[in-house]
Design a binder for this molecule. Structure first.
Ligand code: SF4
Ligand code: SF4
Length: 165
């Protein structure tokens, strides 16, 4: 009797899920595209909200080398080092900009909040794994590159959680 009811339950569950949309996707061919409140990302500018679990984007034409981002990170992860850049900007006399070590960064976004010149933002570039620690250190030149947008699986986030779009 127990076995029979177990089979019926299993069949019932299987049948119920035939009509349910598949939630898994074929990563990395398919990737997530988060939309909805709290997950804004503008692919044109490369800018996402602070705290987004992707790497940063640095706008060299706005960075003054003030170091406030590095100071903000000091008590968090010490992930930011100010380094020389081979560029001349009137607004950045010392020619220094942040370099970020993603082996240390916890993606808190405090450096973004601390930047008074709107030069630093988070992006949706979350594929940061590497075989070496050195490759996790992103120079100012690497940080200015806009992430590629090739995600095609839309996930709508609402108060009930994630749903396929
Ligand atoms: S997001 Fe990363 S780099 Fe920025 S303050 Fe947090 S730990 Fe430091
Ligand atoms: S990114 Fe912003 S806070 Fe950091 S050095 Fe540049 S201007 Fe200052």
């Amino acid at each position: 009797m127990g076995t029979a009811s177990g089979i019926i339950k299993a069949l019932n569950s299987g049948i119920k899920h035939i009509a349910t949309k598949r939630f898994t996707f074929r990563y990395p061919e398919q990737k997530l595209k988060f939309v909805g409140d709290g997950y804004q990302y503008d692919p044109d500018s490369g800018v996402g909200i602070a705290g987004y679990k992707g790497r940063h984007i640095l706008f060299h034409d706005k960075c003054t080398g003030c170091q406030l981002c590095a100071i903000a990170c000091e008590d968090i992860a010490e992930a930011i080092a100010m380094v020389k850049v081979p560029e001349q900007w009137k607004h950045n006399k010392k020619a220094i900009m942040p370099q970020i070590d993603y082996g240390k960064c916890v993606f808190c976004g405090l450096c973004v909040d601390a930047c008074p010149f709107y030069a630093l933002y988070m992006t949706n570039d979350y594929e940061l794994s590497s075989f070496t620690k050195e490759a996790l250190i992103y120079t100012p030149a690497q940080l200015q590159v806009k992430p590629k947008v090739d995600q095609d699986v839309e996930i709508q986030i609402d108060e009930k959680g994630a749903n396929h779009g």
